[in-house]
Design a protein around this ligand. Sequence first.
Ligand SMILES: Cc1ncc(COP(=O)(O)O)c(C=O)c1O
Length: 391
Amino acid sequence: MVSEKKFIMGTYKRYPLSVNRAKGKYIWSEEGKRYLDFFSGLSVNNLGHCHPRILKAVKEQLAKHLHISNLYYDRLQVELAEKLVKSSIPGKVFFSNSGAEANECAIKLARKYGHLQGGKKENRHKIIVFENSFHGRTLATLSATRQKKFQKGFTPLLSGFKQAKFNELSTVKRAIDNNTCAIMVEPVQGEGGVRVASGSFLRGLRGLCNKSKLLLIFDEIQSGMGRTGKMFAYQHYGIKPDILTLAKGVGGGLPLGATIAKDRIARLFAYGNHGSTFGGNPVSVAAGLAAVKLLNVELLNQVKIMGSYFMKRLNGLKSKYPKRIKQVRGLGLMVGMELKGEGEEIVKKCFEQGILINCTQKRVLRFLPPLIIDNSDIDKLVNTLDKILGS
Ligand SMILES: Cc1ncc(COP(=O)(O)O)c(C=O)c1O
């Protein structure tokens, strides 16, 4: 096992796996042990590891150039932006490198919107965010992230974020005032414990935004790119955001972030208002474009089918172990199983058995498998969990 303590900051609690290679749904350690991946690099490798079409696109781009500058045009950026816009909201894209950056861009856009809308008298800059949300770890996105454990030690945080309760519309109504410019929400909270927004909540938020002229920002960094059986989770609800933020799966395995804003909002950014040296890097964009093309209707339908089979099997476990499992929830292949006790031991035991899963909020086992899994992979995981829970 590689030792890193001397040279790498200790910000990650790692599992004893030093990766040698990965392909499809599997990862191999340096010692040659194979792991079934039910985590997908935290919802990044949605099409499995090293998909041949993504690799081909990357290799073709590598043979041309790695980086030029955003001061020049890039044909592939335009092609990817068009694909993202056509599958979400009519508008324009700003490319960055990560989820936090995609959200930073959304926060800046919302502030610009608020400033222009409020005029001289009002100071419309407040964004309503939700308990247990996760939006990133830069100072602005950490301030939007409403989990004390991430914020501890980093105060003073950025002001201008007001907290409301997820799935409780009345708390949002109370939080809105003359200084509010936007509401920012994950349609499915990931880090917060795989909590799915109710239809009435999300539609209610849309209604409140329409009524008070606020921007509705959906953070689909974890839930987007086919993860829930639709291209974006909000598409299950029959409403649209004004701004949509993406990262993780959007780069097909390479670093890429994207902020999509409706035209009237996107237009508020003038030359020089925002920028990124690496944002929309040609190699990441080539990978992202190949990935987006692979997310077709058949695959999305397959995600829905696998998602409901997975939930059914996990609910079977819940019936068998009512004292250990509290709730199974999720959308498509973004699935959580809330336990009545801590989950880390189960993650470790799955790891020993050659399956990678995750635990968030101490008690929620989180499953984010590649979208290409089949029934036998689900059976393998559920049977392993069955043995662990039974022992
Ligand atoms: C919903 C959500 N938003 C933002 C982020 C931050 O993304 P990144 O780690 O790429 O900055 C994450 C990462 O897990 C996320 O799940």
